[in-house]
Design a protein around this ligand. Sequence first.
Ligand code: IMP
Length: 176
Amino acid sequence: MIVVKDRTFEKFICYEDILERIAILAGNIDEDYKDRKPLFIAVLNGSFMFAADLLKEISLNCEISFIKVASYEEMESTGNVRQLIGLNENIFKRDVIIIEDIIDTGRTMLKILEEFKSLGANSIEVVTLFSKPGAVIIQEHLKYIGFELPEAFVLGYGLDYDGQGRNLKDLYKLKD
Ligand code: IMP
């Protein structure tokens, strides 16, 4: 068990199991894209570890780039506005594979998909290491899932709790 800030977390999925699953995902992607040169786009910050381990297992000719989704409260509105930053590649007619760490409500990914569709990509798929039940709202594009998690807060392997814990090698779950 570990304590991060004011919360206690217990080990949930160990690094070895994560790597084993990533190798399978990479094998599936290699097979599905064997005649294409996909453009991977990783969503920072959370996906940095996953993107690194996944790409090491991919044998295709491919490219990788990184984006961020800035989230801010809009004045006079209740919802969060999500703005995509850092997309420098031309994705017109490209086969795009978005790399995400975790999909919870799916709202972040909906925003990304909406924007990418308007830029004329040839195809768009999502590979996420973890998904929670809410991810069903984007299931049409969610082709590759590492682990389906229950509704719980997790930490480590790139995922943070209030900025901390991204460096942890294993995945931890909030102890209730
Ligand atoms: P969504 O828009 O609700 O799908 O949220 C996606 C983002 O929320 C992810 O990219 C993470 O940064 C963050 N997130 C969702 N669930 C967790 C969690 O259990 N631990 C840490 N971050 C999370």
